[in-house]
Design a binder for this molecule. Structure first.
Ligand code: LLP
Length: 371
């Protein structure tokens, strides 16, 4: 296959899915929705479907991709601050499990569209819990300053309104505090916040059928070869120990990165090794168009040279795009590298292929499970 391309190791994905099943089983009435924004490649979706996970979507395109891959509408939840009318219509037609509603204005539109179609929309309100996820500013979502969700003081009146609307069925509350969270403390804080909100609502006579705690569990980008299964045990333990669920209540998770990051790597070829006055550059044929995370979030992806075992040298690994931020790594040690060597950027299964672009009129990367 022409480089650059994504290689997915379905064995790693399978082990990851089994680990989630094993450790989430300690919780009752639990539903895992895979956050399809992390990777929508059908190669990845099939094993996830086989494990009976549901899907978490943030666009009509994602809803459609989930349906095309065979997921049942009743397993799909749909979040996002800016759902367009056609996206709402599509989800209503299909009869998805739940809209995660982010504002009163959106509630009004869903009511209006549902009435036109004579349907009833299941909804949950996304709560902005004001919990700090201690992660990169661009992927923190649960702070009052972020655009996501409804602030707690505004919750009760909007729930009352939803309950009174004829084409809306109010189901519960939804949270998502951020992504690439590697410590358990923010999840514990989230649990306390969920309990607080639930107690508050209950004291006002509002009962919840479902609680959705979102996703956000991080992965080990530093040691992906040795530590490729995220710590699902500690993660689900936190919720089991801290969340005060009511009898019969359903608990939903929306994990993305933790499911698919470690099963994917970006394979690229060295075009040139260029000697600068103070630096040596390895110029590869993949760039920020295939994997934008380093340019966008200063993200670190471990880089290995699959073709060389020579002595180590210091390099900057850069792409071919005409942007100075098109850099994968600076001053890293790699075995002596030459034109034609094959390089792998690890842990690229999540937010890699889905965030690819055609900038500089490049072709979108292909993907394979065989390499
Ligand atoms: N649920 C909601 C409502 C979300 O917004 C997200 C991710 C997830 C679930 C899944 O989160 P995860 O388990 O994957 O952390 N492009 C960034 C990550 C953006 C995450 C956006 N929301 C990156 O490459 O790091």
């Amino acid at each position: 296959m022409q480089t650059p391309f994504y290689h997915y190791d379905l064995n790693i994905l399978e082990q990851t899915l089994c680990a989630i099943e094993e450790h989430s089983a300690q919780l009752e009435n639990v539903h895992i929705h895979y956050a399809i924004k992390a990777n929508a490649n059908p190669l990845i979706l099939k094993p996830i479907l086989n494990h009976n996970f549901g899907i978490d979507c943030v666009s009509g395109g994602e809803v459609q991709a989930a349906i095309d891959a065979g997921f049942a509408p009743s397993s799909i939840v749909f979040a996002g601050v800016g759902k367009a009318d056609w996206e709402i219509d599509l989800a209503l037609e299909l009869g998805i499990a739940c809209f995660n509603v982010e504002s009163e204005a959106e509630l009004d539109v869903i009511q209006e569209r549902a009435a036109l179609k004579n349907k009833v929309a299941n909804i949950a309100f996304r709560v902005n819990p004001n919990v700090d996820a201690h992660t990169h500013a661009n992927i923190t979502t649960g702070l009052a300053e972020n655009k996501f969700g409804i602030e707690i003081p505004m919750l009760e009146p909007i729930i009352r309104k939803a309950i009174a609307l004829p084409n809306i069925a109010f189901k519960g509350i939804h949270f998502h505090i951020g992504s690439q969270i590697t410590e358990m403390e923010p999840f514990e804080a989230l649990c306390h916040k969920v309990n607080e909100v639930q107690d508050l609502l209950e004291s006002k006579g509002i009962e919840l059928e479902s609680i959705n705690v979102g996703g956000g569990l991080g992965v080990d980008y530093d040691n992906p070869e040795t530590n490729y299964i995220p710590d699902f045990k500690s993660y689900f333990d936190v919720f089991r120990k801290n969340l005060k669920m009511r009898a019969g209540q359903q608990l939903h998770f929306e994990l993305g990165r933790a499911i698919v990051a470690q099963c994917g790597r970006l394979i690229t070829k060295v075009l040139y090794v260029k000697q600068g006055t103070s630096k040596q550059f390895v110029i590869v044929d993949a760039g920020m168009t295939e994997l934008i995370r380093p340019a966008l979030y200063d993200a670190h992806h471990k880089i290995v040279n699959l073709s060389s075992e020579d002595e180590l040298q210091k390099y900057d690994v850069v792409g071919p795009i005409c942007e100075s931020s098109d850099v994968f790594a600076k001053d890293i040690l790699l075995p002596m590298t030459k034109r034609g060597d094959i390089i792998a950027l690890l842990s690229a299964g999540a937010y890699g292929e889905t965030m690819a672009s055609k900038y500089n009129l490049r072709k979108l990367p292909q993907a394979t499970t065989e390499f």
